[in-house]
Design a protein around this ligand. Structure first.
Ligand SMILES: C[S@@+](CC[C@H](N)C(=O)[O-])C[C@H]1O[C@@H](n2cnc3c(N)ncnc32)[C@H](O)[C@@H]1O
Length: 266
């Protein structure tokens, strides 16, 4: 089968829960299988706030993209670990504010590939692209974005809920550095990441269960480890906080155990 014939369909496994599909289930979506719902429910039993984590993460995405496309004038977004299409995907938020925005999505789950068409509904002035690639191979991603993104102009690199699937912290840091080294001053790094801090202590059991019953395996990180990804960047106010609280205007009453932060390259 050639690359152009690979729609993802033949690679979908329905015998093991996949993160993109379980995340979709927690967000109230329908693009998931029985095994995803079973594992998703078991995780929720051990870690009841996981649904709030998923919703807070998406709301954070909306606030950050609005800010960057709005007052910061960013017109290019590289969204790695996209997930299944949902409401207010990155290109929809960005192009509502700046129709000429260009967005490249990257994910390695075959089900995301099968739904990629829903992510490719660009405004005529802008452009969206989907790349089926593994975040462990940043050089491949950088090569593949070239037809769509001008890497001499600022890019918002979005890695929401994905570095937790790069289990080795040094490897995850070097992936972040490889990508941020390729984009110019004025670019941004947008991150969310689960933690056992911020009240997420109960997630240890749920993560161990996940790692025995689902794919890909996941890890939590400490504030210090998370801060390491942002080293050398100017971290925007309010710094590293629960993503639910990041510039929420005081509206959030729930603090989810998911760090969120935005760094700007000098
Ligand atoms: C928790 S979901 C987050 C989705 C979206 N970024 C959000 O914040 O709502 C993580 C996504 O990362 C993708 N992913 C996991 N490991 C990956 C890898 N090594 N390369 C590319 N994508 C990966 C999964 O398939 C999934 O769609």
């Amino acid at each position: 089968m050639t690359q152009s014939e690979d729609t993802g369909q033949d690679r979908i496994r329905t015998d093991i829960a996949h993160n993109a599909r379980v995340w979709n289930y927690w967000l109230g979506g329908k693009d998931n299988y029985l095994i995803d719902r079973q594992v998703g429910d078991q995780v929720t039993g051990m870690y009841p706030s996981i649904g709030q984590v998923a919703r807070a993460d998406r709301a954070f995405l909306g606030r950050v993209v609005s800010l960057l496309a709005g007052e910061d004038g960013v017109r290019q977004f590289l969204d790695i670990g996209t997930g299944l299409p949902t409401v207010d995907n990155t290109h929809e938020v960005a192009q509502r504010i700046a129709p000429e925005s260009r967005v490249v999505y990257v994910d390695n789950d075959p089900i995301v590939l099968t739904h990629a068409r829903a992510l490719l509904t660009s405004t005529p002035e802008g452009r969206t692209e989907y790349i089926d690639a593994d975040a462990h191979r940043p050089a491949d991603i950088l090569r593949a974005v070239e037809p769509t993104l001008d890497l001499s102009r600022p890019v918002a690199v979005m890695m929401l809920g994905i570095l937790n699937f790069i289990l080795d912290t040094d490897a995850a840091t070097s992936i972040v550095h490889r990508i941020m080294d390729a984009v110019p001053s004025g670019s941004y790094l947008v991150l969310t990441h689960p933690t056992l801090e911020l009240g997420g202590e109960g997630n240890a059991e749920a993560m161990a269960f996940w790692n025995e019953n689902a794919t890909p395996p996941i890890t939590a990180r400490t504030r210090t480890e998370f801060a390491g990804f942002l080293a050398g960047l100017d971290v925007l106010e309010p710094g590293i906080v629960s993503c639910a609280r990041w510039r929420d205007g005081g509206a959030t009453t729930v603090e989810v155990a998911q760090f969120g932060a935005v760094g700007r390259k000098r």
